[in-house]
Design a protein around this ligand. Sequence first.
Ligand code: WTA
Length: 659
Amino acid sequence: MVDRNGWARDHPVLTGSLQRPPAAFLEQANVTDSDIYDEFDERWPECWERAADLLAWDQPYETVLEDEDAPFYRWFADGQLNAAENCIDRHLENGRKTHTAIRWEGKHGERETYTYRDLYVATNEFAAALRSLGVDADDVVTIYLPMIPELPIAMLACARIGAPHSVVFAGLSADALATRMDAADSEYLVTCDGYYRRGDAFNQKSKADNARLEVDQDVRTVVVDRLGEEMPHVLGDDEYDYHDLQRKFAGETVDPVSRDAEDMLFLMYTSGTTGEPKGVVHTTGGYLSHVAWTTQAVLDVKPEDTYWCAADIGWITGHSYIVYGPLALGTTTVMYEGTPDYPDRDRLWEIVDRNAVDIFYTAPTAIRAFMKWGESYPNEHDLSSLRLLGTVGEPISPRPWQWYYEHVGNEECPIVDTWWQTETGAVTISTLPGVDEMKPGAAGPGLPGIDVQIVDDDGTEVEAGDSGYLTIAQPWPGMARTLYSGDDRFREEYWERFSNPEENEWRYGSGDAATIDDDGYITVLGRVDDVINVSGRRLGTMEIESAITDVDGVAEAAVVGRSSESNGTDIYAYVSTESGHSVDESGMSEMIERSIETAIGPMAKPKSILFTPELPKTRSGKIMRRLLEAVANGEELGDTSALRNPEIVGEIQAEIREE
Ligand code: WTA
């Protein structure tokens, strides 16, 4: 089977052999009962009560799953709860008031600690402030903040009053922010003056200002003063200073609003197969149950732990595993503002050492960088507090896995390779570290209660050893409920291809390809749709292509992924120019880069831009991206005779060889 993107070409799947997690870990793991898989199978869907029971419900649910309107599933639908109450208020009992909720590590060595009591006060005050600005239940509040404590505080303040948040990654551009605010009809924005990026003070407010000019609706804006004198700013109409509001509402409390389990907790925009980013809708009860359960069962987090997920809250990983999961369990979550190599390459290990971090969760792209920098950096520090390591965001091959295991975990910590997506809400494929053996290079089986199936084009499960599409054949509580732009697109994007509505058979298509081995362990190969995963960040090729074709003189563009040692995938752009347009290639490359930076953000800039007189096309005029991807990767091309312009392929190849 060869997909249009050609992923099934010749991916050699390399996995190590099964390894038992260290005995000392097994003795203390949260979940150790190997019957858990059978138990979930036999009691499905009621098995998911186990997750929901980790939460405090204002009104207990009676029905676990409603599936009459598949694929629009409803979980715990007749129950009511509040997410902020679950993440904060209930931990104030039992002497946990003074327990640290958030430990913040600033870029320049600043530190802040929020106990659960502090977090209670801060979120109540900000919830009161948001209300005073007119925010009501169901109003979407957009949050455009870097990794500062006000980010989770603002999210939880929204949750407290039942206003869904839409966090937009701080590195995205003004245009990207405006598109998301428009799409969500969001009339409220929380942002800041600026923040430190690579050592420099960077102006965030001006991006927010530009976005406000672009959106149709009036926007009330709260501005956090992060940089003080270093980034003076003036507040305009409808703009409020965060700290002024805090003073004004000092000591105020706001009762948490009971939400139906199916009420929206947040929106998270992500890249899909069209140019329009998708607003993925997550609900209160199912999402929080699934996130809390996986934080406990997969990441083995206990309330007394210090837990660190080194991701950005601007993406789903940070929502689920910096904010909601760890706080729902009442643990200490570390939040780090900076980068791994500032001021030096041992920065993360210094933070682990000083805070005695128990659990560390990061992305393979970071691990590949640590490996390149060498073991002397982790060796300089005492990492013996670590008990479990995790990875997420991309496939991790056996070599970096082994490096992580030896040099960070000292062969004493199991590694969980967790596969999931913005749309799945929480982890769906991983080993359970207290139950399963680990296999370097394979994520593991579907979690208990998650029916992962690798299928071929006809939707038939593939044999062990073969590859196919990664699908999920049963609903699960953390799953996205719909897309904000509408139910039709949700159906089309995820359900249509592999489901059989006449038979009422529904199967979620993840957009990933994978193989499954004799042990039932799944190795994810990568995306099969028009999404590329650069250093664990999801970018839509269509969005990048449209930013390129916005540039004067560009006729067409095709963006593909090229395998990369360090980033997993690099962006590779082929560009043809309008006929007769004389190209100064370097000038045009610069314009293209600027256009991408404006439309999306700097992280979407291509590693390489190749100018070509034409792009290879089928006779019906479709650009052959698969072929261009193979060319970029230096792979065999096979038969190109079906192309309208086969000669162009040779020219492109010759040019790449010259590079
Ligand atoms: C990829 C991030 C291999 C995959 C949580 C998926 C992975 C996309 C893994 C989702 C993993 C995530 N092994 N690939 N352990 N985890 N991916 O929505 O392609 O930002 O579809 O969610 O990342 O990216 P997203």
